[in-house]
Design a protein around this ligand. Structure first.
Ligand SMILES: [Zn+2]
Ligand SMILES: [Zn+2]
Length: 865
């Protein structure tokens, strides 16, 4: 270890962090599959390989790294794996951009190879960043979802759920992005607000209001509310659709809102989710007016081939021309759009693959998991309760896990691969046997691929080395850390899949973090110019400052607004701690006592008791994933108890050659050793450096501290001692005395409590201090009388002096009680109220003292002694 022997004056984070990165080996953080120690497996989020780590990733990884380092110190066998969630549209789009092609310009396999190549490059860049930040990732447990070993498991899980009846294919309306040309799940629909036109038109004699006139060709019924008297007699009739002239029935349904538009609505397949519900419950026809590219179908006659928007304009114009368009109104609306490209989604009916959603199963499992913070469970429950459709898992894209299924060209039979042969690509590979039904050897491979969440939702199984069949030995995992933005996707799907595949919950606990907002309180974005990158922060203040910012910036689960002030405060804390360590080491190294002992002095016992309480607080906080609470407790102890109070109290002892000096050295060593351990999960570089100077060795090999110095009496008396010293210092300051100037004699009365501070208070205030566990014996003496000349002068004029003299001559008790009159030259003179004020002071054995009250203590100060 090439650590400088003496601590440099300032803490050079860049040099220290670089040096310690070299000291940590990958093997230091490997999970031990053979270990008998309790395990702590973290089902870490596999990031999408964009090539760059953003500040949100940094926050996530800091949260995970803190718990990983903490649990290792607690003796757990920790797995902190690193996954990469590769598949998906963004990479396809990027590849199209880079190569100036669309996915259909090159053969399917060539396009997929381009996606894999780009993903590998991006993963390499992100790995590099994670390593530079010193995260204690277990690189022996890395997974890449596009690798055969992983997507083979995804396929195995698909086949398993297909066999168990969880997966089925069906012609069913799904959310569809016509730009991306793929189905998407409900969880991928984003919503935006805008204003549209509500068009009132004459529908064969009935007024109808619609926002989607382009769907007129897809109209399959007109619906009214059963109690809407305006439409009595219309039920059961048939109407003719304007322009397209096909007949549609009039139906009644409770869900029609009589107050919307004219109270009569047209049902199209499909304008929205409500249309799907009506279509199902009334067993209506299916008329598809829009295809998967967003183009009007042949059903639309002369509008066929138009884009939906063009068709809307054309139909409205034709309605105007024929005089059936009555009026138009502006209407605010909430539009579902594609999460990826913001194109408004269409609901199209197509053959798709679905996973059955069984809400009861998901809800009972979610409730068996510990949620940190607890209220995040409600979000999952709300989402589960509102699920109306099953999860659509098929996508019409290329860079994804292929659905491992063939169809027999002879008889249509679905052919599945042998699990041993996985992974397969049914568009490339063929079944090994002829069709068992008809003997045909011609097959069509499924071209649809799987939703990316089908890959990532088996992450806890994958890291546990699942074989695709039996529940792994290291299951469930202990923790799922993730953001609250993906509760309805990643958390929801993982729970669903885990129950389906193992009958068990995937994790014992889930820790849900918030999002990082820019300094202006808004989501970080290039257009707002409020983006902070981890690199920028680390360059200026180092990794440990970033880690402290992440830990204290917000309570777990709350969004965290980025603040340079928090980063600066973090850096200042390191400077302060560094100064404490430097000062202390000088003292400790001075003829250090050989035997460790239990310190006897009050200040030592006080600090150690507080230290024990701090260890307990930090332990509790980390067990509850309340990182901010833990770090605040450490900072508070180090800054206030140790630096501001204890060190000031014992400086004199440390500079002396008293036998009790050893107690202070022992206490300091214990405090610093413990602080290094407590800080190790938060600021591993800084803690490593300090610990190395203090004790030698690596902090990552040390155990979490267990202290038993709790001493309620010492805490109470020590608190008093600390307050007494602070009040005496204030007293000196106000008296204009230098801090090291002699103060005189101070008697401290603490009735019924005997305090022995071993001389610390006296040494640090340069006073002669005597503690007395008794009631004070003070004499109250009249020391002066102040006269109010504003009253005395005008009232007594020439006799003023005589009056004042007469007042002075009165006995102290009379003066205190107040007098109405005095005798002057034989005549009684009235003394107005407020003419004088007696001034009393206190004395001990005739010597005058100043008094200070500090808690239960009374301090009598004889400065003149
Ligand atoms: Zn899209
Ligand atoms: Zn067949």
């Amino acid at each position: 270890m090439s650590s400088p022997e003496d601590l440099s004056k300032t803490y050079d984070y860049a040099e220290v962090e670089r040096r310690w990165l070299d000291q940590w080996r990958d093997e230091d953080f490997y999970f031990d599959w053979e270990s008998a120690e309790p395990r702590y497996v973290i089902d870490t989020p596999p990031p999408y390989p964009t090539g760059r780590l953003h500040i949100g990733h940094a926050l996530n990884w800091v949260y995970m790294d803190i718990v990983a380092r903490y649990k290792r110190m607690r003796g757990f066998n920790v797995m902190f794996p690193q996954g990469w969630d590769c598949h998906g549209l963004p990479t396809e789009v990027k590849v199209e951009e880079i190569h100036g092609i669309t996915k259909n310009d090159v053969p399917r396999e060539e396009f997929r190879q381009m996606c894999r190549d780009l993903t590998r490059e991006n993963i390499e860049m992100m790995r590099h960043s994670l390593r530079l930040m010193g995260f204690s990732v277990d690189w022996s447990n890395e997974y890449i979802t596009m690798d055969e070993s992983y997507f083979g498991l995804t396929q195995a899980s698909f086949l398993r759920m297909l066999k168990d009846g969880y997966i089925y294919q069906s012609e069913h309306p799904v959310n569809f992005c016509t730009r991306c040309e793929t189905a998407i799940a409900f969880a991928e629909v984003a919503y935006t607000e805008n204003t549209t036109l509500l068009n009132y038109f004459d529908f064969d004699g009935v007024e109808i209001a619609t926002t989607r006139p382009e769907l007129l060709a897809a109209c399959v019924a007109v619906a009214v509310h059963p109690e809407d008297s305006r439409y009595d007699g219309l039920k059961g009739k048939t109407l003719t659709v304007p322009i397209f002239s096909h007949p549609v029935p009039v139906i009644e349904d409770e869900a029609v809102d009589p107050a919307f538009g004219s109270g009569a609505v047209m049902i199209c397949t499909f304008g929205d989710k409500q249309d799907v519900i009506w279509w199902k419950s009334h067993n209506l026809d299916l008329r598809s007016a829009i295809d998967q590219k967003g183009v009007m179908t042949a059903l639309c006659g002369r509008y066929a081939g138009m884009k939906a928007k063009e068709c809307r304009e054309a139909i409205l114009s034709d309605m105007k021309g024929s005089g059936i368009l009555k009026r138009q109104e502006e209407l605010p609306q909430r539009v579902g759009t594609c999460w990826r490209c913001q194109t408004p989604i269409e609901i199209l009916s197509a053959r798709q693959w679905f996973v059955k959603v069984k809400p009861d199963e998901i809800i009972s499992t979610a409730k068996a998991i510990n949620w940190y913070p607890e209220h995040m469970l409600t979000r999952l429950l709300n989402w589960t309760h509102q699920m109306e459709w099953d999860w659509c898992i098929s996508r019409q894209r290329l860079f994804a896990t292929p659905i491992p299924v063939w169809f027999c060209e002879g008889c249509g039979e679905m052919i599945l691969p042998d699990p041993e042969d996985l992974p397969i690509d049914p568009t490339v590979d063929s079944p090994k046997q002829p069709c068992p039904k008809c003997g045909s050897t011609s097959f069509t491979g499924e071209t649809d691929v799987l939703d990316t969440w089908m890959d990532s939702s088996i992450s806890p199984l994958a890291i546990a080395k699942w074989d695709g069949k039996t529940t792994p030995a290291v299951y469930p995992t202990q923790l799922r850390p993730q953001g609250h933005d993906i509760i309805r996707t990643w958390a929801f799907y993982t729970i669903l899949r885990s129950v389906a595949l193992t009958g068990e919950k995937p994790w014992e606990g889930i820790m849900v973090n918030g999002m990082v907002l820019g300094e202006d309180g808004f989501k970080m974005s290039k257009s707002r110019n409020n983006v902070i990158t981890p690199d920028e922060l680390i360059d200026r203040y180092g990794v440990d400052a970033l880690r402290q910012w992440a830990a204290v910036g917000a309570a777990m689960g709350s969004d965290i607004t980025f603040s340079w002030n928090d980063v600066v405060a973090a850096s200042r804390f390191q400077t302060k701690m560094w100064n404490i360590v430097r000062f202390s080491l000088l003292q400790i190294r001075k003829d250090a006592p050989t035997s460790a002992e239990s310190p006897a002095e009050l200040a030592d016992r006080w600090l150690l008791s507080r230290l024990s309480a701090t260890v307990e607080e930090v332990t509790d906080a980390l067990d509850a994933y309340q990182y901010d609470r833990g770090l605040k407790a450490i900072r508070d102890f180090a800054w206030s108890s140790l630096a501001d109070n204890y060190l000031e109290l014992v400086k004199g002892r440390l500079y002396s050659d008293l036998p009790s000096r050893a107690g202070a050295v022992f206490t300091l060593k214990t405090a610093l050793d413990t602080l290094c351990r407590l800080l190790a999960p938060y600021t591993p570089f800084f803690a490593s450096e300090c610990f190395h100077h203090l004790a030698g060795g690596r902090i990552i090999d040390q155990e979490w501290p267990h202290l038993d110095y709790t001493d309620a009496g010492a805490e109470e008396n020590g608190d008093l001692l600390v307050s007494v010293v602070s009040e005496l210092r204030k007293y000196k300051h106000e008296a204009g005395l230098a801090l090291n100037a002699p103060l005189g004699h101070v008697t401290i009365y603490t009735p019924g409590i005997s305090i022995d501070d071993g001389g610390d208070a006296g040494r640090c205030t340069n006073a002669d201090i005597e503690w007395k566990p008794e009631e004070p014996h003070l004499d109250r003496v009249l020391s002066d009388i102040t006269f109010n000349m504003g009253i005395i002068g005008p009232t007594f004029r020439k006799e003023a002096n005589a009056v004042m003299q007469a007042i002075r001559a009165l006995p102290p008790d009379a003066l205190e009680a107040g007098v109405d009159s005095v005798m002057v030259n034989g005549s009684e003179i009235t003394v107005p109220e407020g003419a004088y004020t007696p001034v009393f002071s206190y004395a001990i054995e005739g010597e005058e003292v100043d008094l200070l009250t500090v808690g239960i203590a009374l301090l009598a100060i004889r400065t003149h002694a």
